[in-house]
Design a protein around this ligand. Structure first.
Ligand SMILES: NC(=S)c1ccno1
Length: 239
């Protein structure tokens, strides 16, 4: 997978080359290009923004800078992703969608965002997603790109050490993951639940399913409401 990021703060994306992602890059599973939007400016001040039409606070990023940048970075295969609070929710399901793509390009907005015509024009040639990682406003899209790239890259074959790791992710079955424990058996007078030390895998799996259902019911009942009836089995106790 090729990932390209266009930003006015290339240094913000340095973490992409660290840890798990760095290893995936070293293995050739992912190629990452980070591009400084200011390389497409023509003026001595390298201006990338201007005042908003219609007035209002802040500045808007210029279409006549973003357009040529995306023309150069995108290909016919590109899925262009624009992180924005006004976007559709970025979910585990969307992460799986992106993991099947060959080329992701991320456009990192700053200030009050990017002139809408940049998205409208790009949509004439490539698939464009305006996505949000949550109902809050960041200073720019770079942090969202780091989150999205990590969520997507870990789904790629060969990136995680154990390919089964993400099979039990939260949201994988539409539910939140239950609690996890490791040694020591007792820590600050808190003991690991006996069932996990029983060796009875049928009981352990039942306990884990119950914990997942209970946690989802308590913290994200909306996820339960959106699951089809067939997502539940006869052993799922009424919550
Ligand atoms: N919530 C998202 S994705 C965002 C991008 C910029 N600010 O907030």
């Amino acid at each position: 997978m090729q990932i390209d990021v266009v930003t006015i703060f290339p240094e913000y994306l340095a973490p992409l080359r660290a840890a798990l992602l760095g290893k995936a890059i070293d293995k050739g599973l992912i190629s990452v290009g980070v591009h400084d939007l200011r390389d497409w400016t023509q003026d001595v001040h390298k201006a990338v923004d201007d005042s908003p039409y219609g007035g209002g606070p802040g500045m808007v990023m210029k279409a006549d800078i973003w357009g040529p940048a995306l023309d150069d970075v995108c290909t016919d295969e590109t899925r262009l992703i624009v992180p924005t609070p006004a976007g559709r929710p970025f979910t585990q399901e969307v992460a799986h969608e992106y993991a099947n793509e060959s080329h992701l390009v991320f456009a990192c907005g700053r200030y009050e965002g990017i002139d809408q015509r940049v998205v409208d024009d790009a949509a004439r040639r490539v698939r464009v997603d305006e996505v949000s990682i949550g109902d809050y406003v960041l200073v720019g899209g770079e942090v969202a790109v780091l989150a999205i790239v990590e969520a997507v890259a870990r789904l790629l074959p060969g990136v995680l050490g154990n390919p089964k790791s993400h099979a039990e992710d939260s949201f994988q079955d539409g539910l939140l993951e239950g609690p996890s424990y490791t040694r020591p058996e007792v820590w600050r007078e808190l003991a690991v639940p006996d069932v996990l030390r029983s060796g009875n895998h049928r009981l352990i799996n039942r306990w884990r399913r119950d914990q997942s259902l209970a946690r989802t019911f308590e913290r994200r009942p909306d996820l339960l409401e959106s699951l089809p009836a067939e997502a539940f089995d006869k052993h799922d106790r009424a919550l």
